[in-house]
Ligand binder design. Sequence first.
Ligand code: SF4
Length: 63
Amino acid sequence: MRIVLDRAKCTGIGICEALAPTVFEVDDNGELVVLSTEVPEEAQNEVTEAVEGCPTMALRLQS
Ligand code: SF4
């Protein structure tokens, strides 16, 4: 599965980073960096939570 970010919707709050810090990182400019667009096997649950927890629905998963 791949992570697709709609940057126009992302406000950089970082809930995704809090839920899945190995995959998401908000940089010093408040820009979200997706560290791995391919979801690592061991991080699938937390990435799913992050996608569902994004308040602006900026994230989705694509198989
Ligand atoms: S939770 Fe959503 S809006 Fe917040 S930084 Fe992550 S993708 Fe962007």
